[in-house]
Design a binder for this molecule. Structure first.
Ligand SMILES: Nc1ncnc2c1ncn2[C@@H]1O[C@H](COP(=O)(O)OP(=O)(O)O)[C@@H](O)[C@H]1O
Ligand SMILES: N[C@@H](CCOP(=O)(O)O)C(=O)O
Length: 294
C-alpha cells in the first residue's frame, strides 16, 4: 500500500450543556487527507482557509500527530471545513491523519487510542490537548470524553442543519469569556440537560435530544458573539426543529431536525441572519460515522 486516503468530517462539540465533554460527528463538510510514506515529514494544505493553516509539521495538527506516531510521511490536506467556524476544522486533519497512518503502517492502534493521539495534535491549534472534537470525528455518533475515558453512542436518524454565518469567533477568545465558576443552580441545569441528551440518545428519541440542547452553559455565555442568535433559533423551532445549539465555540448554529424539514429550516435560519445583516451558508447533513478510509 503506497498511500491511504481518508474522509474526515466536521464535528460539533459541546451540544449545549456538554462543554468540553460531548460532541457529535457530522457527515458534511469534510476534509480529505492523503498520507504516503516519505523520506521526511511534509504537509501541503489546499482548499478552504488554506492560507491561514500552517504547513510546518510542528505547527499543524496533522503534523503533530505524525510526529507523535513517529512516521515520516507526506500529508496532503484538502480542506473543506472553514477554520474558526465551530466545526472542528483543526480536529479533522488530526483525526484523519491518525487513522490514515495507523492503516498505512498497520500499527494496530484502536480507535479509542487514536482519539488520544489526535487530541495531542489539537495542541498545535488550540494550545491545549482536548478531545471533544477528535473523538466524534474518529468514532462517529455522539461521544463522551471524561478524563481518560472516551466512548460513543449511535443516535436516531435525524437531519442536522448547520448554518455558518459570516462571523469569525476565535475559539481562544470564546474560551476566555467563560466564567471560572458557575452557581449551583446553573450546574444542576447543565447536568440535567446533558443527562437528558444521553437519555434521548439511549432511547433513540430525537425530541428529548433536541430539548436538551437549549438554555445551557454554551448558549448563555457565547450567543452574544452571534448576531441574531435568538431570532435564528426561534425561526428553526417555529418550523419544527427538535433543538438548536451553538456548534463548538461558534459561530455555526446547528438545528437537529426531522429530515423532511431540514430544507425549510435552513432557509428560515439563513433569512433571519440576512435580516440581521449577516451572510451565511447552510449545510444540510446528518450524524457522521467517523473517519472513513476511501
Ligand atoms: N490543521 C491545522 N493545524 C493547525 N492549525 C489549524 C489547522 N486547521 C485549522 N487551524 C487553525 O485553528 C484555528 C481554528 O481552529 P479550531 O480551534 O478547531 O476552530 P474551529 O473548530 O471553530 O474551526 C484557526 O486559526 C485555524 O487557522
Ligand atoms: N469545547 C470546546 C470546543 C471547541 O470547538 P470548535 O469547533 O469551536 O473548535 C470549546 O467550546 O471551547
Amino acid at each position: 500500500m503506497d498511500h491511504v486516503r481518508v474522509k474526515a468530517s466536521a464535528t460539533s462539540a459541546n451540544l449545549g450543556a456538554g462543554f468540553d465533554v460531548l460532541g457529535i460527528a457530522l457527515e458534511d463538510p469534510y476534509d480529505i487527507i492523503e498520507v504516503r510514506p516519505a523520506k521526511e515529514l511534509t504537509i501541503k494544505v489546499e482548499g478552504r482557509g488554506a492560507a491561514s493553516i500552517p504547513q510546518e509539521p510542528e505547527k499543524n495538527t496533522a503534523g503533530v500527530v505524525a510526529l507523535e506516531m513517529g512516521k515520516n510521511v507526506s500529508i496532503k490536506i484538502k480542506s473543506g471545513i472553514r477554520p474558526g467556524s465551530g466545526l472542528g476544522s483543526s480536529a479533522a486533519p488530526a483525526a484523519g491523519t491518525a487513522v490514515a497512518i495507523n492503516e498505512l503502517f498497520s500499527m494496530g492502534y484502536t480507535k479509542e487510542e487514536l482519539v488520544w493521539i489526535a487530541a495531542k495534535g489539537e495542541k498545535a491549534a488550540a494550545g491545549s490537548i482536548h478531545a471533544d472534537n477528535v473523538a466524534p470525528c474518529i468514532l462517529g455518533g455522539i461521544t463522551v470524553v471524561c478524563g481518560n475515558y472516551v466512548n460513543s453512542i449511535d443516535v436516531p436518524e435525524m437531519g442536522i442543519v448547520a448554518i455558518l454565518p459570516d462571523i469569525i469567533v476565535s475559539t481562544k477568545v470564546a474560551r476566555e469569556v467563560l466564567p471560572k465558576t458557575v452557581p449551583l443552580e446553573e450546574m444542576i441545569n447543565n447536568i440535567g440537560k446533558a443527562s437528558m441528551l444521553m437519555l434521548g440518545a439511549g432511547k433513540k428519541d430525537p425530541h428529548i435530544i433536541g430539548r436538551s440542547l437549549m438554555e445551557t452553559f454554551n448558549e448563555k455565555y457565547r450567543s452574544r458573539f452571534i448576531k441574531g442568535y435568538s431570532d435564528v433559533k426561534d425561526a428553526a423551532m417555529e418550523l419544527g426543529a427538535y433543538g438548536v445549539a451553538i456548534s463548538g465555540s461558534g459561530p455555526t448554529m446547528i438545528a437537529l431536525s426531522p429530515v423532511e424539514k431540514c430544507s425549510s429550516i435552513a432557509d428560515a435560519m439563513r433569512k433571519k441572519f440576512t435580516l440581521h445583516g449577516v451572510d451565511s451558508e447552510a449545510y444540510i447533513t446528518c450524524t457522521g460515522k467517523g473517519v472513513q478510509i476511501i
